[in-house]
Design a protein around this ligand. Sequence first.
Ligand code: WQD
Length: 318
Amino acid sequence: MTTWLLTGGAGYIGAHVIRSLQASGRDVVVLDDLSTGLARKVPSDVPLVQVNVGDKSAVTAALRDHDVTGVVHLAAKKAVGESVERPEYYYRENVDGMLSLLEAMAEAGTRSFVYSSSAAVYGTPGHEFVSEDAVLNPESPYGQTKVIGEWMTRNAAVNRDLSWISLRYFNVAGAASPELGDTSVFNLIPMVFRALREGQRPQVFGDDYPTPDGSCIRDYIHVADLSEAHVAAAAACEAQTLGQVYNVGRGEGVSVIEVMDVVSQVIGRDVDVEVAPRRAGDPAQLVATVDKIQRDLGWSATHDLRQMVSSAWEAWNA
Ligand code: WQD
């Protein structure tokens, strides 16, 4: 039996990863400062250590007290716009927090590590699909902290027996069950739902991009599928000493306008969108190649966009 500690496990993605790891037969401990996470998302049989990942002595104690085999590091600030306004806060939370965790893991002798990275490391790629060996060109302090975290992970493994996988999340949506929905409103689908709830017109940030319908194209991945990718990564880290980076997406591009069409189908009425100006920093297209994770870890997505939107809508109205 292995035990995995999830930093940020009380968050939207973390709550799903808890349940997937438990279903795979692994024990789970959550370490979360509840600054954005919710204690109600942590099952009663999962210990919750309420500290900030920057508290190295507390993290080291948690790793030792629970005989932790591996860590999934989800705790980070992830609002791109906020990172532009408050870069120091993002470097403290995402980079200092990472440093503290890696030092705690070294002291406790924890040897497996799954790191939550992001498609934001790519910035604006120069081509339709982006693979793991593409040039990294993050365009926000948030994206830069994710690249730094990947570098820190890779370098920490050079000097000790650390088996690691960095997962570059593309656009996460949906919910495995209504109580696990995304309660933050930072991304497209919850932002559309909020506009509808408030009687506002959902906005399309630019329809003059060089794409078929003029709106931005992204690679949307169901959080349940993303969660299973963490189980596959944990199993790989347990089985061998490795160090790899994987895109986690569906490998399929969907435009903002196409998302709006699916929202209309799910809610059963037309969505009257408003075309707004482009949002600074948005690449026209960001779609993953996902053959590497399929080949190495045997993982691929199983849910489609309609399942993402319908499960998100059900959670939004729960
Ligand atoms: C998606 C598309 C918007 C709202 C960010 C982070 C990335 C990852 C996912 C953490 C864009 C458009 C949005 C709206 C719109 N997060 N949009 N109207 O920017 O692709 O990625 O979140 O890892 O790192 O960068 O996601 O959901 O903000 O936007 O037209 O009301 O929807 O312009 O094209 P994004 P998003």
